[in-house]
Design a protein. Structure first.
Length: 388
C-alpha cells in the first residue's frame, strides 16, 4: 500500500471550487488525450455530471453523457467542441450504468454520430423488469407502501408524465467484467462493480493508471444503493463486495462522475466502508428501541445530511431505499426479521404478492403488508456481530 492509498487528496481543485460555488466546472485535460467534460444536471443537488472524452485511434470516445435535457445537450456539445472535436465525431459511448444522468444523451449521440452505445448486460436486464415507466411507478407505489410511507407522500412522488420515447431503446454492445470495449489492444478495461446498480461498471485506463468510477466511488458522498422495487437483492452486500475488490488497486487518480477528482482510492474506500458500518449500527439501535418499526420509521431515526423534516420528494424516497438496503442486509446476515417483500409481478405486469421478476426473491404476502422489523437476537449479540 502506497502513501497515496492511505491519504485522500483532492486533485480536481478547480472542480472542487466550482462545486463550492455551485457553478459548472471547466473542461479540463486530465491526461494527454483524456478530458473531463462537465454537463449540467438541472434541478439536482448533484449539479453536474462529469463525462469523459478519450482520444483514440478510432476517434473520440465518451464515457457517460449527461441528463436528457437541452441544457445538458448544449453543455456536452460545447464541452466536446472545447476538446477539439464535435459530437458527430464520437466513435463510441461507454456507459457506467443505466441511470438517466449517465446514459440520458447516449441515443441522441448515436443518432448524430452513429457511435455504438455500450453498457453492462445486467443494466439491460434490470430495465426489463418493467414494461414501461408507468409500470415502474405502479411497482414503486406498492414497494413504498410496504416500507411504511403514507399514501399522500407516495402520490406526491409520482406526478403524471409522458412516457420517454427511448425507454426501451436497446444499446448496441453488452459488456461484461474484464471486457476491452475499444479492442484487445486498447488501454481501457471494464470493471464490474455492482451495488449502486446491478451492472455498474468502472473503467480502468491502464496506460494512465486512472480509474473512471462512475457513481461507485465519489469523493464526498456515498452512492445510493436502493434495490429495485421488484428485486430484493442485497445491494449493500454487493456494494461492500465491490468496494473490497478495488480497495487495493494502486491507481494514480480517481475520475468520478460527480463532484471532483482525487487521489487515495484505498483511503476513500475505507471511509465508505466505515460509513456503512456506522449506518448499520445506527439501524440496529433504531430497531431495538422501536417496536416492530417500518422502514420509514427507521429512516426517520437515522442521521442524514439534512433534517428529516426538510427531506422531501425524491430525496426522501432515496433515504427510505437506502435504509431498506441496510435492513435487508442485516436480515440476510440473520440479525433482523420483518421484511414485507417487494412489488412482485406475474405475467402482463399485474401487481401481486407472488412471483419474483428479474431474478429477485418473492415477497411474503399481499400488497397490504408492511415491514415490521425486529431483532433476531439480543441487542448485545447484534452489536457484537456488527463489530466482527
Amino acid at each position: 500500500m502506497t502513501v497515496d492509498d492511505q491519504t485522500f487528496i483532492v486533485t480536481g481543485q478547480v472542480q472542487q471550487q466550482a462545486w463550492r460555488d455551485r457553478v459548472l466546472p471547466p473542461v479540463e485535460q486530465v491526461r494527454p488525450g483524456l478530458w473531463s467534460v462537465p454537463t449540467p444536471f438541472p434541478q439536482s443537488p448533484l449539479r453536474y455530471v462529469l463525462a469523459y472524452l478519450l482520444e483514440t485511434p478510432r476517434g473520440p470516445v465518451l464515457v457517460d453523457t449527461g441528463w436528457p435535457s437541452e441544457d445538458a445537450w448544449d453543455g456536452l456539445a460545447a464541452g466536446v467542441r472545447a476538446t477539439g472535436h464535435e459530437i458527430g465525431d464520437v466513435s463510441a459511448v461507454l456507459i457506467t450504468h443505466g441511470h438517466a444522468d449517465h446514459f440520458g444523451l447516449a441515443r441522441r449521440i448515436r443518432r448524430e454520430s452513429g457511435a455504438p452505445v455500450m453498457i453492462h448486460e445486467l443494466e439491460v436486464a434490470a430495465s426489463h423488469q418493467f414494461a414501461s415507466i408507468s409500470d415502474f411507478r405502479a411497482a414503486d407505489r406498492i414497494w413504498l407502501r410496504r416500507r411504511g410511507m403514507p399514501d399522500a407522500e407516495i402520490a406526491a412522488l409520482f406526478p403524471d408524465g409522458d412516457e420517454p420515447p427511448e425507454w426501451r431503446d436497446p444499446p448496441d454492445v453488452l459488456l461484461q467484467d474484464g471486457d476491452r470495449p475499444l479492442g484487445d489492444a486498447a488501454a481501457v478495461r471494464a470493471l464490474w462493480t455492482p451495488g449502486h446498480t446491478p451492472g455498474h461498471l468502472c473503467f480502468v485506463h491502464e496506460q494512465y493508471n486512472v480509474l473512471l468510477t462512475g457513481d461507485h466511488v465519489l469523493p464526498r458522498i456515498s452512492p445510493n444503493i436502493s434495490p429495485s422495487p421488484r428485486q430484493r437483492a442485497d445491494t449493500l452486500g454487493e456494494y461492500l463486495g465491490s468496494l473490497a475488490a478495488i480497495e487495493d488497486m494502486p491507481v494514480d487518480e480517481v475520475l468520478p462522475a460527480h463532484e471532483y477528482r482525487f487521489r487515495g482510492l484505498g483511503a476513500r474506500v475505507r471511509q465508505l466502508q466505515e460509513h456503512h458500518r456506522a449506518r448499520l449500527r445506527e439501524v440496529v439501535e433504531a430497531v431495538v428501541e422501536l417496536d416492530g418499526p417500518t422502514t420509514m420509521a427507521v429512516a426517520e431515526r437515522l442521521t442524514w445530511s439534512r433534517p428529516w423534516s426538510e427531506s422531501q420528494g425524491i430525496v426522501r424516497r432515496s433515504a427510505v431505499g437506502e435504509t431498506y438496503a441496510h435492513l435487508l442486509h442485516l436480515q440476510r446476515r440473520g440479525l433482523l426479521t420483518g421484511d414485507a417483500g417487494g412489488a412482485e409481478q406475474t405475467g402482463g405486469g399485474a401487481e401481486t404478492g407472488g412471483g419474483a421478476a428479474g431474478g429477485g426473491v418473492a415477497g411474503r404476502g399481499g400488497a397490504g403488508e408492511v415491514d415490521a422489523w425486529r431483532p433476531a437476537a439480543e441487542a448485545g449479540v447484534l452489536v457484537e456481530a456488527l463489530l466482527r
